[in-house]
Design a protein around this ligand. Structure first.
Ligand code: IPD
Ligand code: CA
Ligand code: CA
Ligand code: CA
Length: 266
């Protein structure tokens, strides 16, 4: 039987709220165990505990599903459905006691995202959408902003900590948007950056060297909120392709042209 994506989304939201409570309680009552996966790449026992809870709960909601989960607590793959999970997006913020940080969960039906949920815990904001729906923030409909030019825009990005060979080009984009736009922000959680494009706080977001769990849910919410996503060539390989631009449709072409000036790989 075909799953009902609306009710599955609602059930996943309650699971994510419970997981959020686990994260808060564990953080408040126990010392944090931090491991290093690579340079400036951290994971805490709470990231792993969050992911284990999500995997277990989501498997119960949709028994035939598999997982693409950052901390690889399950690597089981589903034939058709896979949950794409970032148990804490913004771990560096989380370790330092800063907001934002978020739980990000998407459901993929083969190559298509059909549910996206981003729960930003600092402000207790639940962003979500399912296939065929509008996009919502804490139950209220949201949409991307209607600012028409990059010059009128607030732009978000992330600073890479690997892939240094692209750093020179990336620095040029910072210089460019600092001069051209209202300003640039680096929040430290890509899922939150995308959710903020969806609700019109940012006009645009771009980053390279991201993984599917950073972007699958947020980019889908942007799309359902009336925005557009692409890789840096303008193509649609932005979930697995390690680079994304996301924006309201009015600035999208101009924004993509600007990014291409510096970031298109020769
Ligand atoms: C990170 C955040 C950050 C982005 C990094 C990601 P994590 O995710 O999304 O904003 O700049 O590239 O790895 O590791 O905190 O889940
Ligand atoms: Ca990480
Ligand atoms: Ca992440
Ligand atoms: Ca993470």
């Amino acid at each position: 039987m075909e799953p009902n994506f609306e009710s599955l989304c609602n059930e996943a939201i309650s699971l994510i709220r419970q997981t959020g409570n686990f994260i808060r309680e564990e953080r408040a009552n126990h010392p944090l165990t931090i491991e290093t996966k690579g340079k400036n790449d951290f994971v805490t026992h709470i990231d792993k505990g969050s992911e284990e809870r999500l995997v277990k709960g989501l498997k119960t909601l949709l028994p035939e599903s598999g997982f693409i989960a950052e901390e690889a607590t399950s690597t089981e793959k589903g034939e058709r459905f896979n949950w794409v999970i970032d148990p804490i997006d913004g771990t560096t913020n989380f370790i330092h006691g800063l907001s934002p940080f978020a739980i990000s969960v998407a459901l993929m039906d083969a190559q298509e995202v059909v549910i996206g949920i981003v729960y930003e815990m600092g402000l207790d904001e639940m962003f979500f959408a399912w296939k065929g729906s509008k996009a919502y923030l804490n139950g209220k409909e949201i949409s991307v902003s209607s600012r028409p030019t990059v010059a009128d825009s607030l732009i978000a990005t992330g600073f890479p900590y690997t892939q240094y060979h692209r750093m020179g080009d990336f620095m040029k984009t910072l210089d460019h948007f600092m001069r051209k736009s209202h300003g640039l922000r680096r929040l430290g959680s890509a899922a939150t950056d995308l959710a903020y494009v969806a609700c019109g706080r940012f006009e645009g977001f771009y980053e390279y060297n991201l993984n599917p769990w950073d972007v699958a849910a947020g980019a889908f919410i942007v799309q359902q909120a009336g925005g557009k996503n692409a890789d840096f060539t303008g193509g649609n390989n932005y979930i697995f392709g390690k680079e994304i631009i996301s924006a309201n449709p009015l600035i999208f072409d101009e924004f993509l042209r600007d990014i291409k000036l510096f970031m298109e790989e020769k």
